[in-house]
Structures are given as structure tokens and as C-alpha cells.
Design a protein around this ligand. Structure first.
Ligand SMILES: Cc1cc2nc3c(=O)[nH]c(=O)nc-3n(C[C@H](O)[C@H](O)[C@H](O)COP(=O)(O)OP(=O)(O)OC[C@H]3O[C@@H](n4cnc5c(N)ncnc54)[C@H](O)[C@@H]3O)c2cc1C
Length: 428
């Protein structure tokens, strides 16, 4: 009988072996769950990571997943405690702070900003401790020729011989992140978001912060930036339309340094920011596949879909998806169970899509400002008892996969702005 926190497989009968392509947070979390439940698991992981990796700010709803994996203490030791989020609006004239410990009904009242290479290594090690084999090479798959079934290539099967003993695994999970291996193999229909931004990411020293530990989101003259405090440095990201960045040169470094020096809002940051790493460029990341599974495979994490860096939802969607997929596989990967998994992830992605859309179109912050004013009236204060319980918990991820909170937030953004023009707070 399986032991430990992941007991969902007690009734599992048919799936005995699973290959996972990609050992990022999503794939490794799934691997830990399956291995602990007694499934034979091999996680293919290329092993190499770039100098720095995006995804350093975690929402509070990720913390219970770290605790389940038994790595929260370890992660805390190399991370920065994150008590909340700070937003800089209207050219720096307005600052909004969200403290997680003031949110009514919150289950987790803090989070972490964390170096991603260390976090990924911790989750992968947890999977290994649970019994998964980590195969440090590229995992390759091919079509079998029977419908949409796939199998590991000969070479990959041999590489995972210690787990599969020459037999094809019962199931294969694509957790290859932005490589989206199976979406490419089957040419799966993919939706792209409306934004045409480029995200430029680097680590810097001497970057001033308004609230210690908080992730900072500044709405810039063009686009927005993040400041994520990490031990001894700050991760800085510029999410700016291509056309604006192209004015500063062709290399990522020219564009990052040039835009940073030119923007009026960034000019108000305290300190004398100095870049200490190369600059990494991300484009076309708003991608969502409408299909999440096939006869013997499933998509997970970014390989299924990713919406946008703002509000740091990526790791949550991946790790929450891993829990949902483990449950579906535990139910024998029946079509009904897999459809439930697919619908769960698509709903989660759609929720964040709405939140992100309302960030860019200005409705979200307009709503928060209307809320501030309304709270000062007696009727508004009564309403706030209700809204305050649901709306902030969508941002922390605790209510983002529910139905009511996301619906309420979307409804309020569309209908409750009174006479305020959201364009004033739009991100251009
Ligand atoms: C600009 C930007 C900023 C972001 N900021 C945040 C943030 O602050 N907070 C947050 O939560 N999320 C953030 N995200 C999203 C977050 O980085 C991703 O959602 C998250 O990393 C997804 O995890 P994953 O496990 O699905 O994929 P990944 O983290 O990409 O892991 C996949 C791994 O699989 C490996 N791999 C790929 N193909 C193969 C193969 N065939 N065989 C073996 N290994 C393979 C890759 O090398 C990689 O290590 C950001 C994203 C972007 C683009």
C-alpha cells in the first residue's frame, strides 16, 4: 500500500510504468507523486540549465506543494521570504501593496522568491528520493503508427533500461516546457495570446525596492517590469513590446540596458542598478493547447499551456496540473479521468488568461481603485467582506482553479468600474 502524502494510487491497477519527458517543476512533481504511489517512473531531463531561469517568484498556493514534496524547509533556506506584492502604477505616482497575511480566508499567508536552478534541483531530488529514475538525457518519442499512440525511441528506451527493462512504458507525459514536444509531433491546434511582447531577463545588484521581500510589478512607459528579490541580488525582467526594444539595438543586452536607462518609471528606482549576468530573451510565450491527452500520452505544465509572466502563475499551473494528472493516471487513465484532467487545466489557464487580460486592459487596477473608494462607505464595507474573501485569493492561486472567485473577478472587472475609464491604467 502506498504511503506518504500521495495516497491517490491506492486503487490503481492498470498503469504500472510512466515515462516523463522533462524534469522541470511540473514533470518532477508528477514523477514524485507517481513514484511514491508505487509506479515505475523514469524522468528524462536534459540536465543543462541556462545561467539563469525565469520563474523565480512563487505564488502562495505553491507552498503546500513544496510541503507535500517535503522540501519547504530546504527551499526556504536558499530563498527570500515573500510577504506580498507591490504594484507601481501611473508613472510611479501610485503604489499598491498586497500583503498575503491580510487576505481573509487565506490558507497560506506567505511565499518565496527563489533561484530557479536550486528549486528545480530540489524538486527533482524529491522525485528521485520517492523512487523515480532520473535519466540525464533528452527523451525522444515517435509515433507507433496505431492511431495517435506513441512510444519511446529505441535509444531512450535503452537509456531508461533500469526502470523499464526493455518494455515500453504504459504511459508517456510531455513535460518538456516550451519545447512542447507532443504539440509539435501531432501539430496540435494552439491558441496564441494577443500580446506581442518580448521578455528580457537578467540579474542585477543594487536595485532599490519599496517593500522588502515583495515581488514588484511596475507599469512602465511601454509594457511592465518585474523586480524579484533574490539572495544578494534582484531579478529584473522587462516585458515590453518588440518595437520599443528594437529601438535600442539588436542584442538582448543592448535592448535591456538601453530600455532600462530610458524609462521614466525605472528612473525612479532607488539604488544604482548594475547588471551581473547576461540577458535572456523570451518571445511568443502566450500559448495554449486545447487538447491535453491522447491514447497513451498527456501534456503537462508549459507543454500544455502558458499564459503570461505577470502574476507568476506558471509554476502553480504546472504543479497543480501534476496533482490533477496523477489523480487521472491513478484512476487508470480512463477517457473520463483524462477529460476531467484536461478540463481542469484548461479552466485554470483560462482563469489566468482573464486576469492577465484585465491587467493589460487596465480594468483590474481600476477595479481595485474603485474598491478602495467603495470600502469607505458602509454598504461598500459590507460588500467588501464578501469580495475580500474571494478576489485576492485568485491572485495568490488559492481560488484560481475554483469557479466562483475567477467568475466574480471577471464579472467585476467588466461591470463594476462605475464611470472610471480603464484606459488610464492600461499597459501599452
Ligand atoms: C518571461 C517569463 C517569466 C516567468 N516568471 C514566472 C514567475 O515569476 N513565477 C512562475 O511561477 N512562473 C513564471 N514563468 C513561468 C514558468 O517559468 C513556467 O511556467 C515553468 O517553468 C513551467 O514548468 P515546466 O516544468 O512545465 O517546464 P520547464 O520549467 O520549462 O521544464 C521543462 C524541462 O524539461 C527539459 N526538457 C525539454 N525537453 C526535454 C526532453 N525531450 N528530454 C528531457 N528533458 C527535456 C527542459 O530543459 C526543462 O528543464 C515565467 C515564464 C516566462 C516566459
Amino acid at each position: 500500500m502506498p504511503s506518504g502524502p500521495f495516497r491517490i494510487f491506492a486503487a490503481m491497477s492498470t498503469l504500472r510504468s510512466v515515462a516523463i519527458l522533462g524534469g522541470g517543476p511540473a514533470g518532477a512533481s508528477l514523477g514524485a507523486r507517481l513514484a511514491q504511489a508505487g509506479v515505475d517512473v523514469a524522468i528524462f531531463d536534459i540536465g543543462k540549465r541556462p545561467e539563469i531561469v525565469v520563474g523565480e517568484s512563487l505564488v502562495p498556493a505553491v507552498i503546500p506543494f513544496l510541503a507535500e514534496l517535503g522540501i519547504e524547509e530546504e527551499v526556504r533556506a536558499y530563498s527570500i521570504y515573500k510577504p506580498g506584492a507591490t504594484f507601481v502604477l501611473r508613472g510611479g505616482e501610485e503604489i499598491m501593496n498586497l500583503r498575503f497575511d491580510t487576505i481573509r480566508g487565506a490558507q497560506t499567508t506567505y511565499s518565496y522568491n527563489t533561484p530557479r536552478d536550486q528549486l528545480d534541483a530540489s524538486i527533482l531530488a524529491a522525485a528521485e528520493r520517492a523512487g523515480a529514475e532520473i535519466v540525464e538525457t533528452t527523451g525522444r518519442v515517435e509515433k507507433t503508427g496505431e492511431g495517435e499512440r506513441i512510444r519511446l525511441s529505441e535509444e531512450s528506451l535503452r537509456a531508461a533500461d533500469a526502470t523499464f527493462h526493455g518494455q515500453q512504458p504504459d504511459f508517456i507525459v510531455d513535460a518538456t516546457g516550451r519545447r512542447r514536444t507532443l504539440a509539435q509531433l501531432f501539430d496540435l491546434e494552439t491558441e496564441t495570446g494577443e500580446r506581442r511582447d518580448m521578455a528580457l531577463h537578467a540579474h542585477m545588484e543594487d536595485v532599490g525596492l519599496i517593500e522588502r521581500g515583495n515581488v514588484h510589478t511596475d507599469v512602465l512607459e511601454h509594457g511592465w517590469s518585474w523586480r524579484i528579490p533574490l539572495p544578494g541580488k534582484v531579478s529584473v525582467g522587462l516585458v515590453v513590446p518588440f518595437a520599443e526594444l528594437a529601438k535600442f539595438g539588436s542584442t538582448a543586452e543592448e535592448q535591456f540596458d538601453g530600455y532600462l536607462a530610458s524609462d521614466r518609471v525605472i528612473g525612479q528606482w532607488k539604488g544604482r542598478p548594475r547588471r551581473i549576468t547576461s540577458v535572456f530573451k523570451y518571445t511568443n510565450y502566450q500559448l495554449l493547447t486545447r487538447r491535453g491527452f491522447g491514447p497513451n500520452w498527456a501534456l503537462l505544465g508549459d507543454a500544455f499551456g502558458f499564459i503570461d509572466p505577470v502574476f507568476s502563475s506558471g509554476l502553480l499551473i504546472g504543479m497543480d496540473g501534476a496533482r490533477a494528472l496523477a489523480k487521472a493516471l491513478g484512476a487508470g487513465a480512463t477517457p473520463e479521468a483524462m477529460k476531467r484532467y484536461e478540463a481542469w487545466v484548461i479552466h485554470h489557464l483560462e482563469t489566468w488568461q482573464h486576469v492577465v487580460d484585465h491587467f493589460y486592459n487596465g480594468r483590474l487596477f481600476t477595479l481595485l481603485q474603485v474598491g478602495e473608494v467603495a470600502r469607505s462607505t458602509r454598504f461598500g464595507a459590507i460588500l467588501d467582506l464578501h469580495f475580500g474573501r474571494y478576489l485576492p485569493r485568485v491572485f495568490t492561486g488559492e481560488a484560481s482553479h475554483g469557479r466562483y472567485g475567477p467568475w466574480l473577478l471577471d464579472f467585476m472587472c467588466r461591470r463594476a468600474l462605475v464611470d472610471n475609464d480603464p484606459a488610464e491604467l492600461a499597459v501599452t
